[in-house]
Ligand binder design. Structure first.
Ligand code: ADP
Ligand code: F6P
Length: 475
């Protein structure tokens, strides 16, 4: 183990991997969802680190015993930053999810900019920094995550934090022209430049950042461009800017998918399908995921290729997300209507085109669906990485699945050779890809899936952690 790997990992993210909620008279703790938690949880277990974040509640909850129980069950510790209702409204819902999220996903039409929300975003970032200084030890590896906490590094510097500061953005970084629409663009870029290492998902995101920063702050000097990172000089400090595509714990998914419970659950699912192919979609309920476009593409495939009727079903699993944001509530209604319409139009007594499930599935049930589905339909309009695509391949242990993947996901950079790449806005093209996947023979399926699995096995989440920490400490 290298010196870097021996350090305690102190992760700071908006959400803890656990959500504390009141259910009737009782307080309960459950697992959080989303790609950040999926990727970081195995790393934290391995490193026995400390995770600082929002527990999903305010300070009225009896956090001590609940978090201690979680630490005991999971092998790493948690420290909470409770948020008031006003902070949730302005920092989380308002600025993070109604300004930064759509802007960074190229969806300007969904953006709402408010000065009041921006101020509360800065205040909450300052509070996170304060909590970090209360818990950090001298040689901790300090690593701040995602768009909700861009400002934490700047405050840590002001609080004289001596450790190198790492930051990773899980979502895309937009092109300069789009980023310029943000009223507080210069402040946000300066805040990012307070870190020692900035990690992005793809080379495109890294270039977008360097181009944006250099055009907004001409005093930035690009000292060198290496394969792993660019070196910038700004206000007398050097800042590294690299790209580190996040991944999953391949072995955990592969061995989980081979387990007896998953095999039984997969067999049971297919037994009820009577020789049909199953096409799977798994997403948080989010307008960036392109779920309505996916339903329309499937409808078009049924129209254009009538031989698919009764021979294939789309199983769409959707986990509720950000239910406070009106655009997310509207999306639920759109999906309900579309699924209802398509099922009414094509459905037959023994066959439904779309099975639409609106809840989180437990691990066994999720892996069983990954393992048994002949096709995965992963079609976000824009996505930083998309771990569902990687989870599907790692769980496709019979090498017979076909991945249809949006070219606008970070994952397309690594999985483009084995997947069928589509433009999710192109309904006709996606319908053709569904048909191509359906008729693909076993040899071609195996060849493609082997490529995909080898790529994910080689570049797993542990490699991601190593390359980030090496870049943070390299001289
Ligand atoms: P994001 O980070 O935007 O949510 P990702 O695809 O990177 O997108 O990660 C989503 C994570 O959430 C994956 O680990 C996936 O397994 C999990 N997930 C999504 N939907 C469900 C569901 N219905 N049930 C269980 N897990 C889900
Ligand atoms: O990077 C995507 C992300 O925002 C993560 O920070 C988070 O894990 C996930 O989406 C879920 O979002 P939220 O915490 O808003 O429910």
């Amino acid at each position: 183990m290298s010196q870097e790997q021996k350090r305690r990992l102190l992760v700071v993210s908006n959400r803890l991997p656990a959500v504390v909620e009141r259910r009737g008279e009782e307080w309960q703790i459950t697992s959080g969802s989303g790609g950040l938690v999926t990727a970081l949880a195995p790393v934290m277990r391995q490193q026995q680190g400390l995770w600082i974040g929002w527990p999903g509640c305010g300070d009225e909850a009896p956090l001590g015993p609940l978090l201690a129980q979680f630490a005991q069950d999971n092998g790493y510790s948690l420290a909470a930053v409770p948020l008031s209702a006003d902070e949730v409204e302005k920092y989380y819902r308002g600025f993070s999810n109604e300004a930064l999220w759509p802007l960074f996903h190229d969806l300007l039409g969904f953006c709402r900019f408010s000065y009041d929300n921006w101020q509360v975003y800065l205040d909450v970032n300052r509070r996170f920094a304060q909590v970090v200084t209360e818990h950090a030890k001298a040689d901790d590896l300090i690593w701040v995550h995602d768009y909700q906490l861009i400002g934490v590094g700047e405050h840590l510097r002001a609080l004289q934090m001596p450790q190198p500061l790492g930051y990773f953005l899980h979502i895309p970084f937009p092109a300069p022209d789009l980023f310029r629409r943000l009223p507080w663009k210069d402040q946000l870029i300066r805040a990012l430049l307070a870190y020692d290492l900035l990690g992005f998902q793809t080379l495109r995101d890294r270039r977008n950042f360097v181009n944006t920063a250099s055009s907004l702050l001409p005093e930035i000097e690009v000292i060198s461009r290496k394969r792993q990172y660019d070196l910038l000089r700004f206000e007398g400090r050097t800042v590294r800017v690299g790209h580190f595509p996040i991944s999953i714990d391949f072995d955990e998914f592969d061995s989980g998918a081979r387990s007896k419970e998953v095999e039984d659950a997969a067999w049971y699912l297919h037994e009820n399908l009577h020789g049909r192919q199953l096409m799977l979609g798994v997403d948080r309920l989010d307008y960036t995921k392109g779920i309505p476009e996916r339903f329309l593409a499937f409808e078009r495939a049924l129209e254009k290729y009538p031989e698919l009727i009764t021979k294939i079903s789309l199983m769409q699993l959707v986990v509720p997300s950000r239910t406070l944001v009106p655009d997310y509530q509207n999306l639920k209604e759109t999906l309900d209507q579309l699924a209802g319409r398509i099922n009414a139009r094509f459905g037959e007594s023994m066959w439904n085109p779309i099975y639409y499930v609106f809840r989180s599935l437990d691990r066994t049930q999720l892996l069983a669906r990954y393992r048994t589905s002949e096709i995965a339909l992963v079609t976000p309009l824009r996505d930083g990485m998309n771990l569902v695509a990687k989870e599907y391949c790692a769980s496709s242990v019979e090498n017979n699945g076909v991945l249809i993947l949006s070219e606008f996901t970070g994952a397309a950079d690594q999985l483009g050779k084995g997947a069928l790449l589509v433009n999710p806005y192109d309904i006709e093209g996606t319908a053709d890809a569904i048909h191509q996947a359906y008729v693909m023979g076993p040899d071609e399926r195996r060849r493609r899936m082997k490529l995909l699995r080898n790529e994910i096995r080689r570049n797993d989440v542990h490699r991601w952690l190593n390359s980030f920490t090496q870049a943070l400490y390299s001289s």
